[in-house]
Unconditional design. Structure first.
Length: 187
């Protein structure tokens, strides 16, 4: 689907569409086993894996009312290199989920929190029907859970989920924030 991906800018970042010229950047962060360890996908073993990921992104985008799905490329303004991805998925008319992955070289610099706050702000203004924003991650990924907290999200539950790539169940923590809580949070 050819969906016009909105561009979101922050102090240090530009979120926009992926393109074929991003292939080496994608491969660089997606081939890192430390990054892939906290995702649903295996580390990319070749540029072909990264090409397949680009095709997945293109086929996943949706602007269908109540089912919007966008995967942004996270770029550093300083060099325009792709350092990660950010997903926004309207899973029901009034509920949206956000997920993300970031290059290990960028961990611990507040980049993902900056990105998440920008996307949530965009979504709150773009989709007045969304009442709840949710996210989650492996409970062992403390840094990702801190991002959710820094965006005002609160812990809701843990559950054991089977991950095919690990061939076992892992504990996943879910966080959420209501629209009004987020509006009060960013004031």
């Amino acid at each position: 689907m050819n969906l016009k991906i909105p561009t979101i800018e922050t102090e240090r970042l530009i979120l926009d569409s992926f393109n074929i010229h991003d292939l080496n950047d994608i491969y660089k962060y997606c081939s890192n086993p430390n990054v892939a360890n906290f995702t649903t996908w295996l580390p990319h073993k070749s540029l072909e894996d990264s090409k397949a990921y680009l095709k997945f992104i293109e086929s996943s985008h949706s602007n269908e009312e109540g089912k919007v799905y966008i995967i942004w490329a996270i770029r550093k303004k300083s060099d325009n290199k792709v350092i990660g991805s950010f997903d926004f998925h309207q899973i029901e008319k009034n509920i949206a989920r956000v997920d993300y992955a970031l290059s290990e070289n960028e961990w611990g610099q507040g980049i993902m929190t900056e990105c998440a706050k920008a996307v949530l702000s965009w979504a709150v203004h773009k989709f007045p029907e969304i009442a709840v924003f949710t996210s989650g991650g492996l409970s062992e990924n403390r840094a990702s859970l801190r991002v959710m907290k820094k965006c005002g999200m609160t812990f809701k539950k843990t559950e054991m989920i089977f991950f095919e790539k690990f061939n076992l169940k892992k504990e996943v923590s879910t966080y959420e924030i209501t629209r009004n809580q987020f509006l009060n949070f960013i004031r």
